[in-house]
Design a protein. Structure first.
Lengths: 114, 113
């Protein structure tokens, strides 16, 4: 069964600190993996996309890693800001399927406090 | 460029009633997807429309239905509302069926009392 598991479920960090969110997946065949940021009550916004051949990708203070062998990804946030408080969702696309074939994790809820 | 828009922002209905949610995709996008995000759960795929046709539906009962109009906007209808239908309903759009990125709207918060 195609699944995406994220950890931790929630995380509280002090402003300015770094944190790392984890994503493990069993989706096969794998096409790509995206990390989304979802503010409360809003739609998800894509942060990064990684294909099979990529193992690191950065977007400002966000750095995603991918290990396709172990089927693990991480999202590292550097020098956190209050505006980083949101849910971060890992989404994996199945290869060869139509656009709808996405498997979503339940997300990690990050709270950045002053 | 305008993003995906959804209306209404909030909707409060009574159990047994019907709800209609609307979505306008990004200009040029032909595919529209509907997702349900219940509290504490991940996004669950509901429906996918492309070029006016339903391409696929998720594991939801038939009282969840919809359609896509010639201008590619879409409507999600939920009949015989149940309390557990309370959720954030997200619409996304993409260029088509080739695995393009899906862009999400802000969602409609449906509350069933």
């Amino acid at each position: 069964k195609n699944q995406v598991e994220q950890s931790p479920q929630s995380l509280i960090i002090l402003e300015g600190k770094n944190c790392t969110l984890q994503c493990n997946y069993t989706v096969s065949p794998f096409s790509n993996l995206r990390w989304y940021k979802q503010d409360t009550g809003r739609g998800p916004v894509s942060l990064t996309i990684m294909t099979f051949s990529e193992n690191t990708k950065s977007n400002g203070r966000y750095t995603a890693t991918l290990d396709a062998d172990t089927k693990q990804s991480s999202l590292h946030i550097t020098a956190s800001q209050l505006s980083d408080s949101a849910s971060y969702i890992c989404v994996v696309r199945i290869s060869g399927a139509g656009s709808y074939q996405l498997t979503f994790g339940k997300g990690t809820k990050l709270s950045v406090i002053p | 460029e305008a993003g995906v828009t959804q209306s209404p922002t909030h909707l409060i209905k009574t159990r047994g009633q019907q709800a209609t949610l609307r979505c306008s995709p990004i200009s040029g996008h032909t595919s529209v997807y509907w997702y349900q995000q219940a509290l504490g759960l991940g996004l669950q795929f509901l429906l996918w429309y492309d070029e006016g046709e339903e391409r696929n539906r998720g594991n939801f009962p038939p009282r969840f239905s919809g359609r896509q109009f010639p201008n590619y906007s879409s409507e999600l209808n939920v009949n015989a509302l149940e309390l557990e239908d309370s959720a954030l309903y997200l619409c996304a759009s993409s260029f088509g069926t080739g695995g393009y990125e899906q862009y999400f709207g802000p969602g409609t918060r449906l509350t069933v009392t």
